[in-house]
Structure formats: C-alpha cells, structure tokens
Design a protein around this ligand. Structure first.
Ligand code: FES
Length: 109
C-alpha cells in the first residue's frame, strides 16, 4: 500500500504517492502518463495483483515501480513524474523540484 501526499503541480493542488519496492522508496505524481488522471484503484492501492508493477486503474497501463516507466498499455515508453525521496530512520522525505512543490498553507483570518 502506498502513502498519498498532497503536492502543488503547476497551478494545481494534486496528489503524489510513495511506495516501497525491493526495500527502497519511490515517489511519483499520481497522474497517469496516458491521460492525466489519478491511478490508484482504491486510495493508496497502486500495485497490480503480481505486486511487481504499478497499474493505472483507468486503462491498465503497467509501470515499473523503480523508474515509473510504462512498459505495457496505451502509454508505453512514457513515464510517471518521479519525485526524489530520502529515507532516514523511520521518516521518508521528498525533494521538491521545478515542477512539483509542497502545498503552501495560508492562515485563515
Ligand atoms: S488513464 Fe491510465 S492507462 Fe489510460
């Protein structure tokens, strides 16, 4: 099961997710490379039945968990937008980049 977290992508608030696969963490924007829609088939469920691939619930594209490369389905050869992660102790950190930033919270008066 993945952990979903909010991010800012361009001018929009969206969701990203982080999964653990083969002892390493991998994070991506939750947006299919085929059509920009969220991919999980239940909130936080991204793996196919084999547990080897990330699957898009809409049309079944399969992605490699380590790289986000689509290897089957309508977007073969394209990739999910990867977010760099760092794991220290019990915490996982993600690094903002020029496309994906933290959501800024403003105080309500
Ligand atoms: S929207 Fe993901 S495979 Fe079509």
């Amino acid at each position: 099961m993945a952990l979903r977290f909010p991010v800012r992508f361009g001018a929009r608030d969206q969701v990203a997710f982080v999964v653990r696969f083969k002892e390493r963490t991998h994070a991506y924007l939750n947006q299919c490379a085929h059509i920009p829609s969220e991919m999980d088939w239940q909130p936080g469920q991204f793996f196919d039945l084999s547990g080897l691939y990330l699957i898009c619930a809409t049309h079944g594209a399969l992605y490699l968990p380590e790289s986000g490369l689509c290897i089957d389905g309508p977007c073969v050869g394209r990739s999910l937008l990867k977010i760099e992660t760092l794991e220290q102790g019990d915490s996982i950190y993600w690094r903002p980049n020029n496309l994906i930033q933290p959501i800024s919270f403003s105080k309500q008066a």
